[in-house]
Write a protein that binds this ligand. Sequence first.
Ligand SMILES: Nc1ncnc2c1ncn2[C@@H]1O[C@H](COP(=O)(O)OP(=O)(O)O)[C@@H](O)[C@H]1O
Ligand SMILES: [Mg+2]
Length: 318
Amino acid sequence: MSRTNGALEVIALGQIARDLAVLVDDLPGPHGTTPVRERRELLGGKGANQAIAMAQLGLRPGLVGVTGDDAVADRLLEQLAGDGVDPTWVVRRPGTATGLVVDVVDRCGGWHYLEDLPPEVLLCVTDLADAASALAEAETVVIQLQQPTEVALTAARMARRGVARVVLDGAPQDGAHRAPLLAEADVLRADHHEAELLIGRPLDGVGDTVRAAKELLKCGPGLVVLDAGQDGNVLAWDGGEVVVPLADVVVVDTTGAGDAFVAGLVAGLARGAGPERAGRLATAAAALTVGRLGGRPHLTVLGLVEQMARLDGRGWET
Ligand SMILES: Nc1ncnc2c1ncn2[C@@H]1O[C@H](COP(=O)(O)OP(=O)(O)O)[C@@H](O)[C@H]1O
Ligand SMILES: [Mg+2]
């Protein structure tokens, strides 16, 4: 799969941020105090998490995203490169503090995010100029939709000038470019809440989620992957559908599991897997992430294979 011209296999477009994850027994009420049981300070943000997870699965990713021009950015960019992600197209915004996400997790695994992600740390269309040829040359471009929709659409069109498989993660931030954006997508993946936003109604159960996935197929993507809550994840494509159940693992914090899921899906498809197998790889990658505090993925190919074997024993529903 590696290319002789040095082009990257995957470009991820999305947030890069400082990620502070803390585990507490219970959230304090107003004026209350509670001790922190565990804390992690990590390189985070969905774009960075997805890119790192893809590197851990043996792909060669680059990241398009925005940091500030502070010392935090120096640290995060160094970490990103150390994690095997090409940081060439990360924009350092002058006079800006790097984004921050605080992830407070209670003992039941309930997360509470505090986000300092002002517009300056989101991408704008002009930020994409330097990345245009990389987007066109990549084999896969993963666009995380918590960036402005106009940026997502521009990036998808740049990718379309080349050969890239365009993967969208999430739901568009506004309706203005929704239809043209979905029309550019090869793969659309969404968590449960995002799936409801995409389809414009509440989704009740796995059958309803399968119907929603089939409706979304008509908007352009060749593969739609929707989180159906405790029922697992639905994959629908022209001529088929499958529901991949969740793994039976202890859940500490689901943060970043969606990012690992996307990475597993992309790695599977990039290596020629069909939708079912790619969905199982994605589920295995998510399962390897939910047991840890914070969003940073810790995937290994061996871990994925072991988790896949456990999933295989659980059978399939269609
Ligand atoms: N036990 C589990 N086994 C496998 N996948 C899981 C499990 N628990 C949650 N997941 C998956 O993790 C993903 C979480 O996605 P998402 O909410 O987008 O996370 P984030 O955006 O924080 O990365 C979903 O696709 C969900 O199905
Ligand atoms: Mg998500």
